[in-house]
Design a protein around this ligand. Structure first.
Ligand code: NAD
Ligand code: UDP
Ligand code: UDP
Length: 343
């Protein structure tokens, strides 16, 4: 008998033979919370292409229908406007839980809402997973390592997080979400998977979400100076979105709980990133220094040996190849924005 939930409720799905049918030939029903957002919409595309039925739950706080509009009318796709802080009843095989603003500007906008989303939202999705016997994947974050005292960061590192700072609603929220996932796993036997995602970029990022890659790319296209915060010597490691999506699916389909770091170990200072953006978009772009934000982590780089060994996964697209892949999308949206303003 199939181990996962759906068969118990609805029996095996229809087999037309015309579409690819999910993993191992069985078509699955999958929920993606936050599926109208940047990462979620790319994940949904992959699952639909694989032949699965996908239900997106999103409250459109930072997500956009435009990210999914190409799927409207597809009978295997469904979009529900819903806030994960409220309970919901569904019958599915797998839950990818992404709902949560990811940009510091967005998550600091209403910090209490951010922590409610992380805690109550994750609790509801775990309660759902428990009731229907679905497998549950949490998109946690490298922010659980805080301003790390270990470099690069391994999954065994417990982190250096300020519990009362401006970033805590997100960092501590995700740490609690991981705790909840492990407690549902140990206490209720829910099959959980935990991914710790490092900085990810690509098409469909919000234009003005304040993250460094989207800021620099939009600024270079708009012929504005690139805003470097602080001295620009802080580092991040940037992963292209398709690599992340492949990692999330590999983790969900694996037999390993995790946590797993999913990130690209290629590490750059913000000044080096600005240089790559200049080379890619506009060599005449200038730099403007601005004060840094509170509690900004000084460095971040994943140790991905665990994911390499157990998931057989590693990122394929270095920054210099990935950046050009988002420029057309950004150019088109900035152009539409300008036309909308009558410019
Ligand atoms: P995003 O802001 O583009 O997407 C988040 C989505 O969640 C949006 O569609 C938003 O409307 C939805 N959402 C937010 N609160 C909700 C709520 N209460 N109920 C229902 N929907 C809600 O961000 P993203 O970059 O796509 O990130 C997706 C996930 O990956 C997040 O959980 C984030 O913490 C995690 N993550 C992302 C990165 C990254 O670099 N992109 C890094 C680490 C972790
Ligand atoms: N929940 C949900 N959908 C379900 C099952 C549970 O949204 O199909 C929510 C439920 O409302 C609760 C949370 O998940 O707030 C945790 O559920 P659980 O059954 O684990 O705990 P309890 O309801 O006993 O507190
Ligand atoms: N940053 C920057 N210029 C910007 C936006 C961000 O120099 O316009 C810096 C920021 O201070 C941080 C790094 O870029 O050190 C990454 O910031 P982001 O918000 O993208 O992600 P996170 O801090 O969550 O890793």
């Amino acid at each position: 008998l199939p181990r996962t939930g759906l068969a118990r409720f609805a029996g095996p799905g229809p087999r037309t033979g015309r579409v690819p049918v999910g993993i191992g030939g069985r078509r699955q029903r999958i929920v993606v919370t936050g599926g109208a957002g940047f990462v979620g919409s790319h994940l949904v595309d992959k699952l639909i292409a694989r032949g699965d039925d996908v239900i997106v739950i999103d409250n459109f706080f930072t997500g956009r229908k435009e990210n999914l509009v190409h799927l409207f009318g597809n009978p295997r796709f469904e979009l529900i406007r819903h806030d994960v802080v409220e309970p919901i009843l569904l019958e599915v095989d797998q839950i990818y839980h992404l709902a949560c603003p990811a940009s510091p500007v967005h998550y600091k906008y209403n910090p209490v809402k951010t922590i409610k989303t992380n805690v109550m939202g994750t609790l509801n999705m775990l309660g759902l997973a428990k009731r229907i016997g679905a497998r549950f994947l949490l998109t946690s974050t490298s922010e659980v390592y805080g301003d790390p005292l270990e470099h690069p960061q391994k999954e065994t590192y417990w982190g250096n997080v300020n519990p009362i700072g401006e970033r805590s609603c997100y960092d501590e929220g995700k740490r609690t979400a991981e705790t909840l996932a492990m407690d549902y796993h140990r206490g209720a036997g829910v099959e959980v998977r935990i991914a710790r995602i490092f900085n990810t970029y690509g098409p469909r990022m919000c234009l003005d979400d304040g993250r460094v890659v989207s800021n620099f790319v939009a600024q270079a296209i708009r012929k504005q100076p690139l805003t470097v915060y602080g001295d620009g010597k802080q580092t991040r490691s940037f992963q292209y979105v398709s690599d992340l999506v492949n990692g999330l699916v590999a983790l969900m389909e694996s037999e390993h709980v995790g946590p797993f770091n999913l990130g690209n170990p290629g590490e750059f200072t913000m000044l080096e990133l600005a240089q790559v953006v200049k080379e890619t978009i506009d060599s005449s772009a200038t730099i403007e220094y601005k004060p840094n934000t509170a509690d900004d982590p000084h460095m971040r780089k994943p140790d991905i040996s665990k994911a390499k060994e157990l998931l057989n996964w590693e990122p394929k697209i270095p920054l210099r190849e990935g950046l050009p892949l988002m420029v057309n999308d950004f150019r088109n949206r900035i152009l539409n924005e300008d036309e909308g303003k009558g410019m």
